[in-house]
Design a protein around this ligand. Structure first.
Ligand SMILES: Cc1cc2nc3c(=O)[nH]c(=O)nc-3n(C[C@H](O)[C@H](O)[C@H](O)COP(=O)(O)OP(=O)(O)OC[C@H]3O[C@@H](n4cnc5c(N)ncnc54)[C@H](O)[C@@H]3O)c2cc1C
Length: 416
């Protein structure tokens, strides 16, 4: 299915009857060069870049449900590269650069909107920490600036500047940060991979790994066995369960994270805003709803729904910085299962089992990582070497004493 201005115009005149499905529904073949497990954003992006950048098209992406049923269709759509540590910053900056050109690259409207992100500052030590972060960002080519209260007041007059507990003293702004329509990202990558020959197979759960002489040679699925030269797992919140099928225990716990959307309001928010003294972040969708979220629920679960204490906590965070949110009616809320790693940073690595690769541990920051994660995973699968910006995301980093602890809070998923 190709798109052009002429096609849109013609279909508009003829009743929109000529649109075709965006990807095929093929039956699985007995064998592929590479089998990717999980058709979330990262799995689909990996297939796309394998085909487009490395010319590897004998690839299947196996999805247990429907395409986009996982976190790629559940997140709050924020993209940014405001990271501090050398193991993270260049990776997320590569991702942001890929976002900037993504729609032209796969010729699909993903509504990439660089409407900026403001991280509010509420104390002097926090300003010092954000100044350091802003400098680290600039060193790897990202944009960053520190704003004072008056500049923020001009942008966001609705914020509570005089809150006695959390006065707004400034903000770190990344103008190139923003939002992207999350499910369109899955559809765009799926279309781009499919048109290059990748088989995307939905309703095909992977139930086991085929092992021969200690190496992984394929997968068992709900639709029969499939042999593969390389098997690339990419299942986000299901990482621990799927890798347990290969006998591996991961430094990952699964937790639920909730998202919330209000009724549509007039354009109010200039971009993404995050609270600096608690966990609350908010943006406004193009339909007008305020899209917001906060912390994980904090207990281990594989259920895609959350509980009320976190709803209260998130709403308290919202009220602390923008009391007007208390007047808006909540329309929808939902949960997604997060693959929380022990240091808050991800993995893109070959496992100790020949032929088996792993991508996961994205915590609640994996949406913004989608393009670079797919690109770097494809690079690893195609060349056998980690991409230079993903070299720190190794599975053995805890054993080596080299965690990538962005927040500096230690090895506990609840703190990241
Ligand atoms: C409420 C919420 C808000 C978020 N907000 C943001 C944000 O603003 N910015 C940001 O950067 N990140 C955010 N995230 C995190 C981000 O969504 C995830 O880190 C990212 O989407 C995970 O990668 P994925 O898209 O590949 O995952 P998924 O879409 O979950 O893909 C994994 C796929 O694997 C499939 N699968 C699982 N087991 C099997 C199996 N056995 N066989 C076959 N298939 C299987 C699943 O069905 C699923 O489709 C948020 C997440 C949530 C839940």
């Amino acid at each position: 299915m190709g798109y052009s201005a002429f096609k849109v115009f013609w279909e508009g005149l003829t009743g929109n009857k000529g649109w075709k499905p965006v990807w095929r529904e093929p039956d699985p073949k007995p064998q592929y060069d590479i089998v990717i497990v999980g058709a979330g954003g990262h799995g689909l992006a990996t297939a796309y870049y394998l085909a487009k950048e490395f010319g590897i098209t004998n690839v299947a992406v196996l999805e247990k449900g429907w395409l986009g049923s996982g976190n790629i269709g559940r997140n709050t759509t924020i993209i940014r590269s405001n990271y501090l540590l050398p193991g993270n910053q260049p990776f997320y900056e590569k991702s942001l650069k890929l976002w900037e050109n993504l729609e032209q690259d796969f010729n699909y409207n993903a509504m990439v909107s660089q409407r900026s992100i403001l991280n509010l500052i509420h104390s002097d030590p926090q300003r010092d920490a954000f100044a350091r972060r802003a400098n680290a960002m600039r060193l790897s080519g990202a944009d960053s600036e520190l704003l004072g209260p008056e500049e923020i007041r001009a942008l966001c007059p609705f914020l509570d500047f005089d809150n006695a507990r959390f006065p707004i003293q400034g903000a770190l702004r990344q103008k190139r940060g923003g939002t992207v329509r999350h499910d369109a990202v899955a559809w765009g990558y799926a279309r781009g991979a499919d048109m290059r020959g990748v088989d995307i197979i939905q309703n095909c759960e992977v139930t086991g790994f085929r092992m021969e002489n200690g190496a992984c040679v394929g997968v068992e699925t709900a639709r029969g066995p499939i042999r593969a030269g390389k098997t690339a797992v990419c299942v986000a919140g299901s990482s621990s369960r799927v890798m347990a099928l290969a006998g591996m225990r991961l430094p990952i716990e699964s937790h639920v994270l909730q998202a919330f959307v209000t009724e549509g309001l007039k354009p109010t928010l200039p971009g993404v805003i995050t609270f600096g003294a608690g966990h609350f972040y908010v943006s406004q969708s193009d339909k007008g709803g305020l899209v917001f979220g906060g912390d994980i629920d904090g207990y281990n679960t594989y259920a895609q729904r959350g509980n009320l204490p976190v709803v209260e906590d998130v709403c308290e965070g919202g009220m602390a910085i923008m009391p007007m949110i208390g007047r808006a009616r909540l329309l929808r809320m939902w949960g997604g299962v997060m693959d929380m790693s022990m240091d808050g940073s991800p993995f893109i690595d070959k496992t100790h089992i020949d032929g088996l690769y792993f991508n996961g541990g994205w915590c609640y920051g994996g949406f913004k990582a989608t393009p670079a994660s797919g690109y770097c995973y494809a690079h690893l699968l195609a060349t056998g070497r980690p991409h230079e910006v993903a070299g720190a995301f190794r599975l053995d980093r805890f054993r080596r004493g080299a965690p990538i602890d962005e927040k500096g809070v230690g090895a506990h998923p609840n703190l990241h």
